[in-house]
Design a protein around this ligand. Structure first.
Ligand SMILES: Nc1ncnc2c1ncn2[C@@H]1O[C@H](COP(=O)(O)OP(=O)(O)O)[C@@H](O)[C@H]1O
Ligand SMILES: [Mg+2]
Length: 230
């Protein structure tokens, strides 16, 4: 069974990668699709040396996986991972990313959601970016746009750079992180017209019908990737 692997990126940190990934995992489970969310690189841990995003993804995944497999590279300080890597004397190993991706892709799954860290151009060291690894692995990308003033610039910079890298932008999600955003609907319509990939859904601020939002997102994803048109 071939695992469909997606890389989840965003316009910025705190744009909703984890929030939307958990909704997607919930929706895929409701559609009887086995899905797992992983966090290859995390920075910022609790007193058990575990990262909050990775724990949320673990909790929403359709297979119980050990923490180490969900989050193979983890730094204690909640800072840019490549800087934590220097301070904590553990360089970010691309070989480890490659090996872990292979392990994930051998799991009995339909979907693997790989949450990035920060935005698209997350540095791995002085030269490389996580985006280079995503391009090397040819992972299709889903872009989470945190809807707030300034997001049109961030979204279009990211869309251009994803295209330049040679990756496929499978779709994007409008995530309403600011309940007071002026002209939110017009901003979403504007992005729909600019981004050359389908909008997989609009996630309201603190959705009160999580299950329906999750189901709609998963259905759009299945439709977009040609899996199912139900
Ligand atoms: N649609 C939303 N409504 C309300 N809160 C949200 C929404 N999306 C994200 N958040 C909250 O915003 C914060 C940042 O979201 P998160 O998913 O952690 O971002 P990222 O993974 O991109 O850094 C979290 O506290 C999350 O619960
Ligand atoms: Mg996150």
């Amino acid at each position: 069974m071939a695992v469909k692997s997606l890389f989840i990126t965003a316009t910025d940190t705190d744009a909703g990668k984890t929030f939307v990934s958990c909704l997607l995992l919930q929706g895929l489970a409701a559609r009887s699709e086995k899905a797992v969310g992983v966090k290859p690189i995390a920075a910022g841990t609790n007193d058990q040396n575990q990262n909050g995003d990775a724990l949320l993804l673990q909790r929403h995944s359709g297979i119980a996986l050990p923490y180490q497999l969900i989050n193979p590279i983890c730094y204690q300080a909640p800072v840019a991972p490549h800087l934590a890597a220097v301070n904590e004397q553990q360089p970010i190993s691309e070989a480890k990313l490659d090996q872990t991706l292979e392990q994930w892709q051998q799991l009995p799954l339909q979907w693997l959601l790989i949450e990035g860290a920060g935005g698209w151009l997350l540095p791995l060291d002085g030269q490389r970016y996580l985006a280079d690894w995503v391009a090397k692995q040819q992972l299709p990308v889903v872009l989470i746009v945190g809807m707030k003033l300034g997001c049109l610039n961030h979204a279009m910079l990211t869309v251009r750079e994803i295209a330049r890298s040679g990756c496929q932008l499978l779709g994007w999600v409008a995530n309403c992180v600011d309940p007071d955003m002026a002209l939110a609907e017009q901003n979403i319509a504007d992005l729909q017209q600019r981004i050359p990939a389908p909008c997989l859904g609009v996630v309201p601020y603190r959705p009160d019908n999580n299950e329906q939002v999750a189901l709609n997102l998963a259905s759009s994803l299945l439709r977009t990737s040609g899996c199912n048109t139900r």
